[in-house]
Write a protein that binds this ligand. Structure first.
Ligand SMILES: Cc1cc2nc3c(=O)[nH]c(=O)nc-3n(C[C@H](O)[C@H](O)[C@H](O)COP(=O)(O)OP(=O)(O)OC[C@H]3O[C@@H](n4cnc5c(N)ncnc54)[C@H](O)[C@@H]3O)c2cc1C
Length: 481
């Protein structure tokens, strides 16, 4: 099945650095094993009759199911199919895995869908993206993005030589391709990816053209180093349910003179064109749509845990607890409504591709940066000290103090064992290294939230709201009479 093929394909000589050493056998390594089992299960779903129809589609002229993130939507049914597919994988992982390739795949699908307009940026773009889209779709490529530049000195630009040298740039051009040097941060899911979608983040001036690029870089490229943060994977699934199966890993990428063949160089050397491709509405709407669908699942999961915690210790009847649990429900409803609004208000682009309305998606992504930390805060308020009143290991239930464990950990309506399991699960959301990483992720994954909110204001057609104010004032003033 394709899950097994996927896992095998990752032993391709990629250079993954963890704890000061190169990872020699990724699928067997303790830090990656649990997550790979999860990913294998997700990939295998595309081979299961009755399930593959929900998450996949058969491309025109093909015979094998492809993931629906590769479906170019022309009708509301197509958009619904994409949502159902995202939702299915998100539910399978409780919304806790964000970069399981459907985001990166959607971006490629968007560029492919808009290839005619985008072809105006470069004469080779259309054929390159068409070939790559088909390859990624038919070979089930796992894709992730790395966009940001290293945090050296955010107050300075490329005129600072330290920054100029370290931000990813082209050092050589040959008849076969280009050679790039520099670093990128952050690539979530980096150890599991086949290709990185790499693009420059800042709006560069023409003089900085060597820094402008949009590239598709194989993870096993010579000279590419994947530097992992500390692993949060746990080998004790009974104590750390989430950390043992959903550790996506985040990494920094070092490009120590990496050769990239022309067919994988989508654009380079023209900052304006790179900016246009990066800002392409079709690709962004399709990709960001996935992020919000996934987020709904995560909010539902956190809310489910909060409800269960409240009931397990008998606090669900208190007014302030009900108010907080009600707030979690409003979060879910607002997010769901924004997804539905983005689909209902979808409009065809110049090529007839049905594009979810991005303003609703932007709003959802922005509010999400505040909703998730608040949801975690509510979970803490509901459970109180219960999160740290659990034993270090579930093994205590099977040892010499078993009878005392069952006696003192009993809950309102659940057994002691179930209650401890539940609080351990909740701790993996609110207190474990994985849980803290998730809070950081939801604050920042969609970019700097401060600038993202500000950009909603800057882009907004302000006359729509301001004109009626002037009209009213004019009507009510003597001068306007
Ligand atoms: C867990 C996690 C996973 C991620 N995964 C991915 C991924 O898979 N792919 C990917 O491409 N990216 C990923 N990101 C990166 C994410 O896109 C960035 O973290 C985000 O865009 C913010 O950029 P930064 O981290 O460089 O923060 P900075 O830009 O360095 O900001 C730090 C602080 O300084 C402020 N600041 C900095 N510059 C300015 C300015 N010019 N004006 C005003 N305020 C400023 C910011 O508001 C912020 O408070 C991930 C991030 C996290 C935390």
């Amino acid at each position: 099945m394709r899950g097994e093929q996927f896992v095998k394909s990752l032993n391709d000589g990629r250079k993954i650095w963890l704890d000061g050493a190169l990872v020699s056998n990724l699928p067997k390594h303790q830090a990656f094993k649990g997550t790979l089992e999860t990913l294998q299960r997700l990939f295998n779903m595309l081979d299961v009759p009755g399930v593959r129809e929900t998450i996949g589609f058969v491309p025109p002229g093909g015979s094998k199911f492809a993931h629906a993130s590769f479906l170019v939507p022309y009708t509301p049914q197509d958009l619904l199919k994409r949502r159902t597919s995202f939702d299915c994988w998100a539910r399978e992982t409780n919304g806790m895995m964000s970069r399981i390739s459907d985001y990166g795949r959607s971006m490629i699908t968007g560029w492919y869908a808009a290839r005619k307009q985008l072809g105006l940026l470069d004469p080779h773009f259309e054929s390159k993206i068409t070939n790559y889209y088909k390859e990624a779709r038919d070979r089930d490529l796992f894709l992730t993005t790395a966009i940001l530049d290293p945090q050296i000195d955010r107050s300075n630009g490329l005129d600072d030589s330290r920054i100029n040298e370290r931000f990813l740039h082209i050092i050589k051009e040959t008849s076969d391709g280009i050679v790039v040097r520099g670093a990128k941060m952050i690539a979530t899911g980096a150890p599991y990816t086949h290709d990185f979608i790499i693009f420059s983040f800042l709006n560069f001036e023409a003089k900085d053209s060597k820094h402008a690029h949009i590239l598709l870089v194989p993870a096993h490229s010579d000279g590419l180093h994947i530097i992992c943060r500390e692993s949060f994977a746990s080998q004790r699934p009974q104590d750390h349910i989430l950390s043992s199966r959903y550790e996506e890993m985040d990494a920094v990428l070092f490009f120590d003179d990496v050769f990239i063949p022309w067919e994988r160089v989508l654009l380079y050397g023209n900052p304006d064109n790179v900016l246009k491709l990066r800002g392409n509405k079709t690709a962004n709407s399709l990709a960001f749509h996935q992020t919000v669908v996934r987020f709904v699942s995560k909010l539902e999961f956190v809310t489910g845990v909060a409800f269960a915690i409240a009931e397990s210790i008998g606090v669900q009847g208190f007014l302030h607890i009900q108010e907080k649990l009600g707030e979690l429900i409003t979060q879910i409803d607002v997010m769901k409504a924004l997804v539905i609004a983005s689909e209902t208000m979808a409009r065809p682009d110049e090529s007839g591709v049905l594009v979810p309305e991005i303003s609703f998606i932007d709003t959802a992504r922005n509010i999400g940066t505040k909703y998730y930390p608040r949801a975690i805060e509510i979970l803490q308020q509901v459970g109180g000290g219960g999160f740290v009143q659990v034993p270090s290991s579930m093994e205590d239930f099977y040892g010499p103090i078993s009878n005392l464990m069952h006696l003192y950990f009993e809950g309102t309506s659940v057994s002691a064992e179930k209650k401890v399991q539940l609080f351990k699960l909740a701790w993996d959301l609110i207190g474990s290294p994985l849980g803290s990483r998730h809070e950081l992720y939801e604050r920042f994954y969609a970019g700097d939230p401060v600038r993202a909110y500000a950009s909603q204001y800057v882009k907004f057609e302000k006359e729509l709201l301001v004109d009626p104010v002037w009209k009213l004032l004019k009507e009510s003033s003597k001068e306007g009479g």
